[in-house]
Design a protein. Structure first.
Length: 134
């Protein structure tokens, strides 16, 4: 059995120097042995000062326990972006469920140097839950 969830940011998001939520999936219920295939994409524009843009997918809520890529708690991409430059990225991975419960995954970011913006509809996250595959 496969379940699917997806979400897209509905409004402009300003990514600041502190962790900023960009887009989040609805909560889902998972069981031990499930695998969650996660795909997220984003197009961001840097402000007037160059700096790193850190974008990551993480478990933001829920009682489920699991890891990405064997032993990581997040999928992450960090890149130095020129002033007024664009960053287009894709993050993909498998979240292995080792403890049953509820799970909410989301895309977060933080922007050094100056804020970055993500236009409405320019960030999305998708999850396919493969049931009982472990």
């Amino acid at each position: 059995q496969v379940d699917e969830q997806s979400a897209e940011n509905a409004a402009l998001v300003t990514v600041t120097a502190v962790t900023t939520e960009i887009v989040s999936l609805p909560s889902m219920t998972v069981a031990v042995g499930d695998r969650v295939l996660v795909y997220a994409s984003l197009l961001a524009t840097k402000g007037a000062t160059a700096g790193n843009l850190n974008v990551y997918v993480n478990k933001s809520a829920g009682t489920a326990v699991g890891t990405f890529l064997h032993d990581y708690s997040i999928l992450r991409h960090i890149e130095s972006v020129l002033a007024n430059g664009n960053l287009s990225i894709v993050l993909a991975g498998v979240f292995k469920i080792t403890g049953a419960g509820t799970l909410t995954l989301r895309v977060d970011g933080d922007s050094a140097g100056s804020d970055s913006t993500v236009s409405a509809g320019a960030a999305d996250i998708h999850a396919l839950v493969l049931r009982g595959t472990g």
